[in-house]
Design a binder for this molecule. Sequence first.
Ligand SMILES: [Zn+2]
Length: 292
Amino acid sequence: MVFSKNVNCCPYCGGTSKTIFRISSGIFKKCRKCDLIFRHRKRAPNYGGLVSLYGVDHFGRDSVEHQAQNRIVVFNHLLDEIEKVKKSGKLLDVGSGSGLFLRAAKERGWQVKGVEPSAKSARIASRKLGLDVVEGTLKDLRDNAKFDVITMINVLDQSGEPWRELDEARGLLKDRGVIFIRVPNGQLHSLLVRVGARVAINDRFRKYLVFHEYSFTAKFLSRLLRDKGFKGVIIRSSPPSQGDRYDLFVSSEAAKCIKAVLNAVAQFTEALTFKRIHLGTSLESMAVSGGD
Ligand SMILES: [Zn+2]
């Protein structure tokens, strides 16, 4: 891994940036102005980038029910948080995958719909789980329905232009509608990859560090939502999913214990620093559409 100080413009705000690390999958830069971490490219990715990335079975060897077991803790937490603001109504999940979150929401009384770029995943959601899922992206929703809640769970950092996804989402929300976003914690992951370069962490651990098109810090996510007209923005660490997808731990029980401890440390640190320091491996954000 090599570190340099190349300068390139930020694709969001046009600010200057510096290279913060290089890994086998690319060079990543950070904007000095808005804090966005982005993959260096000679040309900007197309808006349809989400489709091309998800045009394969992105769940690999995991069965649908195995994923459900590992993620239900996260899904129930997200729904608990959403229901503190909205008790019920129409919920749209963007990048709904195989429909597991939608199924959990439906079981709690939400009227659910999904939009998913992967044809295979959309088919699983429709045929196996009997859910209303449109294959494609937000611009493929053509029935002009408005939603009380829109969720984007670990998808926004994989979009070619996340800011345009948020424009589209805001247009689909009712007034005072809620947007809920979950993304990998860019600040923590980029710190770990830089520390890891110095202490020669093993490749298995490196797989756990997540970098797609973009990597969002709390500062950038907060600014993006406010720029797009959302109000009451809350950013915090999100609890991890269960299981050991990357075979990091000696057993699933060990994974469960270690993740519980790390989550407790993240929550305690946030409380102690008045939500200024986020140590969770993922961030979650909730905001309200303020109307025009
Ligand atoms: Zn920027």
